[in-house]
Design a protein around this ligand. Structure first.
Ligand code: FES
Ligand SMILES: [Fe+2]
Length: 378
C-alpha cells in the first residue's frame, strides 16, 4: 500500500533528519515558541474539568499565563491571566468563582471578562471603564477537548485538521461518554518529566521502528507489522492491531470486552491522543518544553463511565502499572539517551528510514512532522 499524504503537503523527499542543533539550541526553541507554540492550537483540558459556570483552571504556554473558565453551560473561554490595571496575575490554581477579583487593587471582572468594578476609578476622568476587559484567547473544542490558540488569526480547528474529529469518533464511538480519571491509580503513567527536547519525544511517538528492539513486552502483545501510519492535514493517524493474545508479556487482554486495536493520533505541533489496547479509555497529552533539553509531558486520561466487566478494574490496574513502570520508562530512557546524542560533536543529522509497504520499520510519519515543522518555522 502506498502512503496516504495530502497532495498539497508532499514533502521534499528529504532523507536527512533535522540536524542535531535543532534539538539543543536555545535560539531554535525561542523561534519555536513564537512560530509554533504561540501560533498553533494547544491542548488545555477536558471540558468536564470545568463542570459548572464559574469553574476555572489556570495553565501556561511557556511564560504566557492563561485562565480557562466556563462562562456559560455550553461555553468555555480562555483569557490571559493578567489584570488590565497594572498587570498583576488575576487568579491562581483552579476552582470556582462568581467573578475574578484582582488581589492587587481589587478590580473585578465578570466571568466573561467584562470590568465590573475599578475601585475608586469608576468616575475617573482618565479611565473609560467601558473600554476595559480581560484579553481573550482563542478557544475551541475538538469533541470534549479544549484547545487554545494565542494567534487571533489562526484557522479554526476543523479547518486546521479537517476530518480529525470524525476519525476519532469513528474509531472510538463512545468517547463522548468518557470522563477524566479521578484518582492517580487511573493515571496510566503518561505524565512525566523527560530530559529530552520535545521533538525527540514526538519523533519517538511517530515511529514504531523501535518497537521490536526497544519494547519487547509491547511487541509481544501487538501485531506491529500490521500497523499503519497515515498522514493527514496537520495530523497523523496510526492504527495498531494487537496480536489478539489474552496472555502476553505486557498485560492481560480480554478479547471480548477490551480494545484490541490501538488508535493513535498526533496533531501538529505538540499534541498526541489515542486509545490504547486494553480496557476502554483514552489519553491526550501535550508536550511543554522547559528548556531545549527538558520537557514535561502533561496528560489527561479518560475512563469510561462504567467498567465493561467485573475483572476490568484489575486489568486496568495491570495496564497502568505496565505503562508507568515499563513502556514509559523505556521511551523516556530512549529519548534521554538520544538527547545526549544530539550534542555529540560526532553527530550531525540522522537519516529517515521510510518504507511505504512496511510501516513497522518506517519513519515516514516522523518525516511528515518535520515537513510541517520546517514549513511553520519558515
Ligand atoms: S493590578 Fe489588578 S487591580 Fe491593580
Ligand atoms: Fe516507544
Amino acid at each position: 500500500m502506498s502512503l496516504t499524504r495530502p497532495a498539497s503537503l508532499n514533502g521534499n523527499g528529504r532523507t536527512r533528519v533535522l540536524a542535531g542543533n535543532y534539538y539543543t539550541s536555545s535560539e531554535i526553541l525561542e523561534r519555536e515558541r513564537e512560530q509554533l507554540f504561540f501560533k498553533h492550537w494547544q491542548y488545555a483540558c477536558h471540558s468536564a474539568e470545568l463542570p459548572q459556570v464559574g469553574s476555572f483552571k489556570t495553565f501556561a504556554i511557556f511564560d504566557q499565563n492563561i485562565i480557562l473558565v466556563r462562562i456559560r453551560d455550553d461555553e468555555i473561554q480562555a483569557f490571559y491571566n493578567v489584570c488590565p490595571h497594572r498587570g498583576h496575575r488575576l487568579v491562581e490554581g483552579a476552582g470556582h468563582k462568581r467573578a475574578f477579583v484582582c488581589p492587587y487593587h481589587a478590580w473585578s471582572f465578570s466571568l466573561d471578562g467584562k470590568l465590573l468594578g475599578a475601585r475608586g476609578a469608576t468616575n475617573s476622568e482618565v479611565i473609560n471603564t467601558a473600554d476595559i476587559c480581560l484579553f481573550p484567547v482563542r478557544t475551541e473544542q475538538l469533541l470534549d477537548f479544549v484547545f487554545v490558540n494565542l494567534d487571533a488569526e489562526a484557522k479554526p480547528l476543523h479547518e486546521y485538521a479537517p476530518g480529525l474529529a470524525d476519525q476519532i469518533l469513528t474509531s472510538v464511538p463512545d468517547i463522548m461518554s468518557y470522563r477524566p480519571a479521578q484518582d492517580s491509580s487511573e493515571e496510566f503513567g503518561h505524565s512525566y518529566h523527560c530530559r529530552a527536547n520535545w521533538k525527540v519525544m514526538i519523533d519517538n511517538y511517530l515511529e514504531c521502528y523501535h518497537c521490536e528492539t526497544a519494547h519487547k513486552t509491547f511487541n509481544d502483545m501487538m501485531d506491529i507489522p500490521a500497523s499503519k501510519f497515515t498522514l493527514h492535514t496537520n495530523y497523523t493517524f496510526q492504527v495498531a492491531p494487537t496480536a489478539m493474545k489474552e496472555k502476553n508479556n505486557a498485560f492481560p487482554l480480554n478479547l471480548e470486552h477490551d480494545v484490541t486495536v490501538g488508535h493513535f493520533w498526533f496533531l501538529f505541533p505538540s499534541t498526541v491522543l489515542g486509545q490504547f489496547p486494553g480496557v476502554p479509555g483514552f489519553y491526550i497529552s501535550r508536550f511543554d518544553p522547559l528548556t531545549p533539553h527538558e520537557t514535561n509531558r502533561i496528560t489527561t486520561n479518560l475512563v469510561p463511565k462504567e467498567m465493561p466487566d467485573p475483572d476490568a478494574v484489575r486489568r486496568d490496574r495491570l495496564r497502568a502499572e505496565w505503562t508507568a513502570d515499563i513502556v514509559s520508562v523505556e521511551d523516556k530512557a530512549l529519548c534521554e539517551n538520544v538527547q545526549l546524542g544530539m550534542r555529540q560533536r560526532g553527530f550531525q543529522a540522522g537519516w529517515y528510514v521510510t518504507e511505504p509497504n512496511a510501516h513497522n520499520i518506517s519513519e515516514h510519519a516522523m518525516r511528515y512532522f518535520h515537513d510541517l515543522y520546517l514549513d511553520a518555522m519558515g
